[in-house]
Write a protein that binds this ligand. Sequence first.
Ligand code: KG4
Ligand code: ZN
Length: 364
Amino acid sequence: MTRLKANYTILAIETSLDDTCAAVTVDDRVVSNVVASQVKFHEEYGGTVPHIAKRKHREWIDRTIDEALRLRSGRHQKITDVDAVAVTYGPGLAPCLEVGIAKAKELAREWQKPLIAVNHMEGHLLSSLAKNRQGKNKIQDLPEIRDQMPVLGFLISGGHTELVLMRGLGKYELLGETLDDAAGEAYDKVARMLNLGYPGGPILSELAKEGDPSRYPLPEPMKHRQDLNFSFSGIKTAALYKLRDLYQIRDLNNRQFVADFAASFQQAVLKMLRRKFKRALEMYQPKMVLLGGGVVSNVAIRTEARKVANKFGVPVVIPYSPKLFTDNAAMIGVCAWYQAQRGEFVEDLGQLDRQPNLSFRTKS
Ligand code: KG4
Ligand code: ZN
């Protein structure tokens, strides 16, 4: 462990997908967290278009960083009191990662400060450890995380669905992941079939609240597989066929029909998540569960996770603010602070490269 000075201040940058993000963290506290969303530029394509995302990151990155630093310092303080720069170096879209990394290197050189390279998924994993300015989060009343090992991380986002075992900070093991689509991706694709807009996950899950989940049951893929991997593309395809089969009653302008269909789809997703989550709890008996990723915004999923974990007497923790569920740079800054304590700095800036396929398997 490296002893860091108190109030260790990090400027963090995150550009792995379609949000241009910058944040300032002080130790594990979030002081500013700026997210410039590009959603409206990708809407008509129904997914992130890499070259458009790259262009927007380039256009917006300076302004986003400025705003993050200004929020922190007010008019009088200078940016030079940053102790380190942190940046996401993977996983993500290569052209997008590149923009953040180039900017982070530039600032580290200019300010003569160390650079910390962060795994985006470790950021999501540790997002529940982030504290607000007053030093509060949803984990504070529980015993120290270091005494809670092993901890199970359940990461559910638009790009990933993963179960991760944490044996210590910085010691991770990937237990299971999606073999095809991520959960959020399946939500977005089914939402598109239902003409709900982009990204449709949140809209679909809102509508599902009004629907009957048993109305249009979908088969459960990989029901008998014993491993901890997920598959959502089977559910998505089953939804597509089911929608086709329902041509006589299918009416996408009929709110009740769409709500019932959305609820039925969500039910199938919940079943898949529940089964693997329960198995992981049985197999590894963690003392605590950390949820992370954009799909954790979904209350039905959180409720389900709590219900399952309760049976094992295991607390389920989420980040203190919904802004930390979806992609953001604050989680990167907090993760970087833990890395800095482990002395994990980039030794040679010239050697740091994007790693689009970075995973807990390749490196923690
Ligand atoms: O973590 P995130 O911001 O981006 C990735 O790293 O992928 O997650 C975004 C994903 C999108 O697919 C979005 O549709 C999904 O999270 N999402 C939801 C909900 N809110 C966001 N999916 C289901 N229900 C929600 N309430
Ligand atoms: Zn993410």
